[in-house]
Design a protein around this ligand. Sequence first.
Ligand SMILES: *Cc1c(COP(=O)(O)O)cnc(C)c1O
Length: 496
Amino acid sequence: MTYASTRGGDKGTSFSKAVIKGLASDGGLFVPEEEVFFTPKEIKGMCGADYEDIAALVISRYATDFDANEIRDCVVKAYSAEKFPEGPCRLRTLDDGFSVLELWHGPTCAFKDMALQILPLFMTKAVEKCGESKEITILTATSGDTGKAALEGFRDVPGIKIMVFYPSEGVSETQKLQMVTQLGNNVNVVAIEGNFDNAQTGVKKIFSDRDFAAKLQKDGKMLSSANSINWGRLLPQIVYYFYSYSVLVSEGSISFGEKIDFCVPTGNFGDILACYYAKKAGLPVEKIICACNENNVVADFLATGVYDKNREFVMTTSPAMDILVSSNLERLIYDALDKDSSAVSDLMGKLSSCGKYEIPREALAKIKEDFLSGSSGQDEVAETIGEMYRKYGYLADPHTAVGIGVCEKVSDRSRHCVCVSTASPFKFNRSVAVSIFGGEITEDMDEDRISHILSDKTGAPVPSPLRELFSREIRFKKTVEPEKMQETAEDFIYDR
Ligand SMILES: *Cc1c(COP(=O)(O)O)cnc(C)c1O
């Protein structure tokens, strides 16, 4: 298996090289050059298997320059009981035909751990394989969860440093504390004045600065990415769609071969794209439901074929989904346009010059065979959280609640539907508590206190990574304007 850029360059790139580079040289995203397919027999063989076994099999088809032992080693280390004491993920069937796939039992309590615990292991092996001797700096923009998960995954990894930019507006108190108290000798965390799009745009600009890349190269250094544009991050996410299916079959909720739907709370379009790759690879999925909050640019695109980011950026209670430019959509468009990379380049050019593009009607029809979409606003999200608690005693975080709300609106429930749950409710405890118990109880309280009250009242334990967060030392206090990002990154890269 080799990889190429969605914009036509970098053909024949190995998995290892694609992981190290993150973004292709022409600014496009790496996509597999061959189709992967699992036969029904192979998928049947996954039913009842351990997460690690399914992960090793799925990953082996895409990471063909890794041998079986290397893959197993990465998988076993990434999803160990030390990192995921309750197992890598949990499928909870709440109602007939409706389950929630919890992906937040890792070290940072968000689904990003599923990929960011294994990406550093891929990268370390890839560096060895390619004989890469340059010092790598991972540069990441985060809307809150990626940053912490990437810091935790890359902390103290030899030969690699990591720098995270987060928007000063929009991350929760808990998310911010998780990042600014990060331990490790190779980490740096800086706040950007602005929102996530400002942070992401700034990071992309640093990546595409050719002079800067040349200077780094001369000095034996290079940049890489831990954002979901990196194929090494997308790949591990394909696994849990296969795993969910296998659990549903082995617990008897569906019969083998029966098609199901997935509903995915969407921001940068990484998680949901992994579901699409699982479907392409043979998993019996009928519809993939894209759930957005008020920033519903992607939901609108999937319905109309017009991508238009010229709209107000709304800060919501589900900040990880407050995004107007969803990078990974480029990979879907590439397929919808029959891999016409010059057409992709044109559209992406339009996106950066006027914030808008439209795909041809046939391409939209193709996308609609696989996708449905919808959005759920903050008031609905609060209602959904309350309803889930009253009906099932279930605590859903606001991102998960966007998914559940959209699922209720869009799915005809003729098939089993799995809604992906992307964060622990304790990570967003203020909105969860207000949604269930009303505003009075949390007024003037810090999130530490709210967590305890939420736990006392509902009987759900505060996840161990979030306990004592408020008493840790704050290590990173810097805030810079977006214009200063490159300079700040350079200082870190050169240990200045
Ligand atoms: C990152 C994130 C999302 C969105 O996932 P994408 O892959 O960016 O679409 C949803 N919910 C939570 C809690 C997240 O951290």
